[in-house]
Design a protein around this ligand. Structure first.
Ligand code: DOR
Length: 426
C-alpha cells in the first residue's frame, strides 16, 4: 500500500496523553496527529485504542530446523495478528543461535517476511549445552543485545558469573530461564497436592526460585543487567521485588498463560496444558498480578511455543512443553482484567521495547516524527479462537472454547499495514 494512511477516530495512548484523534502516516513515520486529517487510505479506529505496536520478548519461531512447527514467516504473521511489530526470536533453533551465520539467517528471514522486526537473541552457551560460553563478543558485534539459553537455564554458577561479567563489558542483557534441572527431572506439572492425587511427577517452585535467587546475587556482584524470563511463582516475584528495591539492574516478565491458567487443568491429562515452567496455583497467579501492578514485573511476554500436532498428541510425560501465545496474548490479558489498558500498553510495548533495546523504533509515543510501528485494538470486543484460522503453523493453544476480550483490528509495521480489520496481509 503506497501513499499516506490515516487512522481515524482512535484513542491514542501515550505516556502522558490520552486523546481521541486521527493519526497520519507517511513514508514509514507518523506525520501528524490531529483532527480531521485526510490521507490516501483511511483505517477506521472508532472505539479502538491506538498505541505503539507490541514487542514480544519471548517468541519461539522455530526456524531454522523446526519448520514443521513454525517458520519465521508464519510466526511473524501470528505476531502481526496479535498486534506485535517486533519479536525477540528465542535461540533454541536447530542449529541454535550461537553463531553470526545463524543470527544473520534469522534476521534475513525476518526481513524477507517483512511483517514484524525479528530480533534474534543469542545463546549464552555454545549449543545451549551449558558447558562453555558462546562467542558473545562476536555476536554482540553482529548486533545481538539479548542473550539467553531459554528452554534451559544455565546450571553452572561459575559459567553464569563469567557470562554476566562479559555481558557487563559488552553492554548487553542476559535473560535467564530459571530452572534448576536436578529438581525437575521427569516433572510434568506443578508440585502440589493434586499432582500426587493425579500420579504425575511434580515440578517444585523451588526449582525456579533457587535460580532466581542465585542470579540476583550474581547480578549484585557483577553489576550486569539481567532479565528473568516467564516467572511463575509467588516467591520469584518477592525475590525480584527485593532485588529491585536494592537498586539492581534486573527486569522480569510473566506470560499470559501463567496469569490465566492453573495447575488443576493438568487433571485432564491433556498435553496442551504442559508448559515450562508449569501452570501454578491460584495463589501464584494472584502474586504475579500484584507484581504487574507494583512494577516488579516489567513485561508480559508470550513464550509462544508452537509444536507439531503429533508431538503434542503424545502422552503427558512424552509431549514437549509449550503453548501458542502470539495471537491470543492481548485477548487473554484483557479477559483476565489484571490491569488497566494503559498498563497493558506499558507491559506489552513500552517496557519490552526498552528491555530489548529497540526503543528508538518500537514502543515510542504515537507522535509526529516517530516510526510508525502501531497497534489498533478494540478493548471490548469478545471473541473465541477458530482453530482453522490461526496464522501459526501449529494449533497447540490452550484457549479453545474460551471467551477472550480485546482484539487487534489493525497493525502497522514500518508505516505499512500488516493487519487490516483483523485480516493479515498475505
Ligand atoms: O514451555 C516451554 N516451551 N518453555 C520453554 O522454556 C521452551 C519452550 C519451547 O521451546 O517449546
Amino acid at each position: 500500500m503506497s501513499g499516506s494512511i490515516v487512522i481515524k477516530n482512535g484513542t491514542i495512548i501515550n505516556r502522558t496523553l490520552q486523546l481521541v484523534v486521527d493519526v497520519k502516516i507517511e513514508n514509514g513515520f507518523v506525520a501528524e496527529v490531529g483532527k480531521n486529517l485526510k490521507g490516501d487510505t483511511q483505517l477506521d479506529a472508532s472505539g479502538c485504542i491506538v498505541s505503539s505496536g507490541f514487542v514480544d520478548l519471548h517468541a519461539h519461531l522455530r526456524e531454522p530446523g523446526k519448520e514443521e512447527a513454525e517458520t519465521i514467516e508464519t510466526g511473524s504473521r501470528a505476531g502481526a495478528l496479535g498486534g506485535y511489530t517486533a519479536l525477540v526470536a528465542m535461540p533454541n533453533t536447530d542449529p541454535p543461535q550461537d553463531s553470526v551465520a545463524v543470527i544473520d539467517f534469522v534476521r534475513e528471514q525476518g526481513k524477507r517476511a517483512g511483517l514484524v522486526d525479528v530480533v534474534p537473541s543469542g545463546c549464552i552457551t555454545l549449543g545451549r549445552l551449558g558447558e562453555s560460553l558462546a562467542p558473545m563478543a562476536e555476536l554482540a558485534r553482529a548486533g545481538v543485545t539479548f542473550f539467553t539459553d531459554d528452554g534451559n537455564g544455565v546450571q553452572d554458577a561459575a559459567l553464569m558469573r563469567r557470562a554476566l561479567e562479559y555481558a557487563r563489558g559488552l553492554g548487553v542483557t542476559l535473560a535467564q530461564h530459571c530452572e534448576v534441572a536436578e529438581l525437575t527431572k521427569g516433572a510434568v506439572m506443578n508440585e502440589c497436592r493434586c499432582c500426587t492425587d493425579l500420579g504425575l511427577p511434580g515440578w517444585p517452585a523451588i526449582a525456579e526460585e533457587l535460580m532466581v535467587f542465585r542470579d540476583i546475587e550474581l547480578v549484585r556482584i557483577t553489576g550486569a543487567s539481567m532479565h528473568f524470563l516467564h516467572l511463575s511463582t509467588k516467591r520469584s516475584v518477592e525475590l525480584v521485588r527485593a532485588g529491585k528495591r536494592d537498586g539492581l539492574p534486573i527486569t522480569a516478565e510473566v506470560t499470559p498463560h501463567h496469569l490465566s491458567l492453573t495447575e488443576e487443568l493438568l487433571g485432564s491429562y491433556n498435553p496442551v496444558f504442559k508448559v515450562n515452567p508449569p501452570l501454578r496455583s491460584a495463589g501464584d497467579i494472584q502474586a504475579l498480578k500484584a507484581g504487574l501492578l507494583d512494577g516488579t514485573i516489567d513485561a508480559i511476554a508470550t513464550d509462544h511455543a508452537p509444536h507439531p500436532r503429533r508431538d503434542k498428541e503424545m502422552s503427558l510425560d512424552m509431549a514437549p512443553p509449550g503453548m501458542l501465545g502470539l495471537e491470543t496474548a492481548l485477548g487473554v490479558v484483557l479477559a483476565e482484567g489484571a490491569c488497566e489498558i494503559r498498563d497493558i500498553v506499558a507491559l506489552m510495548s513500552w517496557n519490552p521495547a526498552k528491555i530489548a533495546r529497540i526503543d528508538k523504533t518500537h514502543g515510542c509515543d504515537v507522535a509526529a516524527g516517530n516510526k510508525a510501528n502501531l497497534c489498533v485494538f478494540d478493548p471490548e470486543l469478545t471473541w473465541s479462537i477458530d482453530i482453522n484460522r490461526l496464522a501459526s503453523k501449529s494449533v497447540n493453544t490452550p484457549y479453545l472454547g474460551r471467551t477472550l476480550r480485546g482484539r487487534v483490528r489493525h497493525t502497522i509495521f514500518n508505516g505499512s499495514p500488516t493487519v487490516i480489520d483483523g485480516q493479515a496481509r498475505r
